[in-house]
Design a protein around this ligand. Structure first.
Ligand code: IPD
Ligand code: CA
Ligand code: CA
Length: 284
């Protein structure tokens, strides 16, 4: 296959994880096709809680992904949203922080999907010794494929991509969801400094969009789980963004429980300012 200058084939060597990357991309594509087959044709929507739904498509997509990983990499552990921890054959628990763990969100944006809003994705990450090493995100509605490994660039459909290089915060379009004490005041403070906040309903896709500047930054204060961020956080980082937890510390920690993660991803020049603004409770 001929690859045009300036592009990187996702399946090509150049990363030590070339095989895993090709596998992950193919698998996320297959799961994306499964989601599209059932889109707007759902037979059942169940309630996980009053606000949280799960569809048969979430389960079918997860089964497809988990079985494929187990068949190809039986020595690897898996942490998946709907079925939880899958220990590797003769291996460690996925949350031990040792060894290789695939992190799976079979359908990110379930509420959108169940409501017929075409904004959702499949997210597959690989974490090695607690550190994100590979991430793929497939948006099957647009047939777009974001990917990165820790030793390579972020890519969209095989072409390398870069985070926003805007000079002024006042031009920023930010995926933003603040929560907790004085959230309204802090959101107002941020809004005054930027062009506009947005909320798409698929955190993984929104965070991946930071890698190519569709969103200049991503802020979600809590409510996220490892499967929302493992792939997309790495993609944003390899696109050149600085990615951190809301306290400015490391963004990925397998020991954090579900819905306990907050993330701020932004170009390095603006990361500190945004962090200050979202923490600032004083009315400005
Ligand atoms: C959710 C979505 C949503 C975000 C939540 C996630 P799900 O994932 O990404 O945008 O705000 O925190 O849990 O349940 O659709 O996979
Ligand atoms: Ca999710
Ligand atoms: Ca999900």
């Amino acid at each position: 296959m001929t690859v045009p200058a300036g592009t990187i084939s996702p399946a090509e060597p150049g990363t030590v994880l070339a095989e895993e990357l090709a596998f992950g991309l193919g698998l996320a594509r297959r799961a994306g096709a499964l989601l599209m087959d059932r889109y707007e044709r759902l037979e059942q929507i169940d309630y996980k809680s009053a606000r949280d739904v799960v569809t048969e498509a979430d389960h079918l997509s997860e089964t497809l992904i988990v079985e494929a990983i187990q068949a190809r990499y039986p020595g690897d552990a898996i942490l998946a949203e709907e079925t939880g921890e899958h220990r590797a054959v003769a291996g460690e628990a996925p949350t031990s922080g040792r060894g290789r763990v695939w992190i799976v969100d079979p359908l990110d944006g379930t509420v959108n999907y169940a409501n017929g809003i075409p904004v959702f994705c499949v997210s597959i990450g690989l974490v090695i010794d607690g550190v994100p090493a590979l991430g793929v995100i497939v948006d099957p509605t647009r047939d777009e494929l974001f990917a990165a490994t820790s030793d390579g660039p972020a890519t969209l459909d095989g072409r390398s991509i870069q985070a926003s290089d805007k000079d002024k915060l006042s031009d920023f379009v930010i995926s933003m969801a603040l929560a907790g004490r004085s959230a309204t005041t802090r959101a107002r403070n941020v809004r005054k400094q930027i062009r506009i906040p947005r909320s798409m309903g698929s955190a993984a896709l929104a965070l991946a969009y930071v890698a190519n500047g569709r969103f200049d930054a991503f802020i979600q204060q809590g409510g996220l789980s490892a499967w929302d961020v493992a792939a997309a956080g790495l993609i944003a980082e390899r696109g050149g963004a600085r990615v951190s937890a809301m306290d400015g510390g490391p963004w990925f920690d397998l020991a954090r429980g579900p819905r306990s993660i907050g993330i701020l991803a932004a170009p390095p020049a603006h990361h500190g300012t945004l962090l200050g603004l979202v923490r600032e409770a004083r009315s400005a």
